[in-house]
Design a protein around this ligand. Structure first.
Ligand code: DC
Length: 234
């Protein structure tokens, strides 16, 4: 008898986590949640309202006024992010947000709020969530945990291409590289739930894989767990 599972995908920035998670969820008819989009939307709110990240009273008050939800976009086949009812999918991917998101996501009060919402989203299982602490913290009992990696230069190329496809005309690869390195450092060195590979996660190095190849690998791992042909992680 097939069972409903939770799939957690963690890893460094620009390894293809969200793309893989989204396509995997589509194949399995599961819900896909890009947890990074929630930290990005929170960062956008903080920037728009000039919240001082170092003042906990300001941060906690702001968190009470932040409501994030996702709506499936039939044209793009992706969930769009909404902040307090407003479409923010493009704005949350701007460099201004990317430059501050790791600082904001290192704040414990922010993490507590996001993690509580993420756990609610997974209460009925049938979910694929990607992020930095999904297998270690949000869903420590997830049936399938994947830790994705890729060479830095490949990640830079992928992020540059993604920005170009979104219509950005001038992109400086060294700026993109700096941003990735900066975020990787803060994400893996913060005190509250830093990015680490869960002991029971399977590592997937995507450097030499195409998107369809990596989706097909994780789909096979997922099906083994759904059909009960594998006990836990490898
Ligand atoms: O996946 P992304 O690059 O859009 O995530 C943006 C930032 O959000 C990332 O630099 C770290 C933070 N993040 C986090 O701390 N925990 C998560 N579960 C997801 C993202």
């Amino acid at each position: 008898m097939p069972k409903d599972i939770i799939i957690a995908i963690d890893g460094y920035s620009a390894c293809g986590k969200s793309t893989t998670a989204r396509l995997l969820a589509e194949k399995l008819e599961y819900v896909f949640i890009d947890s990074g989009a929630m930290y990005r939307a929170t960062t956008l709110y903080f920037l728009q309202h000039k919240i001082n990240f170092n003042r906990m009273d300001e941060v906690i008050k702001a968190l009470e006024n932040i409501h994030i939800h996702f709506e499936y976009n039939k044209e793009t086949k992706r969930p769009d992010t909404y902040l307090n009812g407003e479409y923010v999918e493009e704005e949350i991917r701007s460099l201004a947000v990317s430059e501050c998101v790791s600082e904001v996501s290192a704040i414990s009060a922010v993490r507590r709020s996001m993690v509580a919402q993420q756990q609610m989203m997974g209460k009925n299982k049938r979910i694929v969530m990607d992020g930095r602490d999904i297998g270690t913290h949000v869903f420590p009992d997830a049936e399938l945990k994947i830790f994705m990696t890729a060479d830095l230069e490949v990640r830079v190329q992928r992020r540059v291409l993604e920005l170009q496809q979104k219509g950005h005309t001038y992109i400086d690869p060294s700026e993109v590289r700096q941003n990735l390195l900066h975020r990787d450092y803060i994400d893996s060195h913060r005190t509250d739930s830093p990015l680490t590979k869960a002991a029971d996660a399977i590592e997937l190095d995507t450097t030499y894989y195409t998107i369809p190849e990596q989706v097909s690998i994780v789909y096979q791992w997922a099906m083994e767990r759904i059909q009960g042909t594998t006990n836990g992680n490898l």
